[in-house]
Design a protein around this ligand. Structure first.
Ligand SMILES: [Zn+2]
Length: 229
């Protein structure tokens, strides 16, 4: 009985996102106001998973915290599709996005009008094999990881080369969908590590990274704000 009830609850969680997507309005999304004071009309949810990516939390999906502007959804999905060829072993995890109708999105300061997405840093294990960052609830849905200044935590280390490839692909995909990347927030010490590789240097030159210290460290994820062109 308990097993059946648990299975039903688990199925409900897993089906909530695809059902919500199937019922979405086909009208184009409208982002109103700014990322820090805004709202969203006709928001679109990101898919739960794809060949090389997945969402951070079934609960987040159930609540609709994976909602963005439709153009952002298309850019995010296209970037992952591009990486299937250039980085076939990549295992990416996206994080918090926004509410279906936008607005205040605690505990974030922004994420209000469908143009903000958090991406967890791609990681490798002790054997240097590509793996997926665990985002269990007891890990704060991924946000509870504390990576050190070199990008290491609990036997995992950040794959900065893959992060740079993802950001470059995201920039290209954003342009294809009438967007631009307006801001990238990542721990300042990680900008210095990115600068050591040619691809990372290109990304640092190309994209507007927040200079200075963000209000939270951003050691396990990078935050991206898009803007419509
Ligand atoms: Zn964020």
């Amino acid at each position: 009985m308990l097993l059946a009830a648990t299975t039903c609850v688990a199925l409900g969680y897993m089906l909530a996102n695809p059902i919500a997507i199937a019922l979405e309005s086909r009208a184009p999304s409208v982002s109103v106001g700014s990322v820090s004071h805004g709202s969203l009309r006709h928001g679109k949810r990101l898919p739960s998973r794809g060949v090389n990516f997945g969402a951070y939390s079934l609960l987040g999906l159930f609540l609709g915290r994976n909602t963005v502007n439709g153009r952002v959804r298309d850019a995010v999905v296209d970037a992952y599709a591009e990486l299937r060829d250039s980085l076939p072993m990549g295992r990416f995890v996206y994080g918090e996005c926004g509410w279906p109708h936008g607005g205040r999105f605690r505990p974030h300061r922004t994420h209000q009008n469908g143009l903000s997405v958090d991406f967890f840093l791609p990681v490798r294990d002790e054997r240097n094999a590509v793996t997926t960052l665990p985002t269990w609830p007891w890990r704060g849905f991924g946000y509870g990881w504390e990576f050190d200044s070199t990008g290491r935590a609990g036997g995992l280390h950040v794959d900065f080369a893959a992060a740079a490839q993802h950001l470059a692909a995201l920039d290209r995909a954003a342009r294809r969908h009438g967007l631009a990347i307006q801001l990238v927030i990542i721990a300042p010490e990680y900008r210095r590590i990115l600068a050591r590789s040619p691809r990372g240097r290109d990304v640092l030159a190309l994209l507007p990274f927040m200079q200075g210290k963000p209000w939270i460290r951003h050691d396990e994820h990078y935050h991206v704000d898009f803007v419509e062109r």
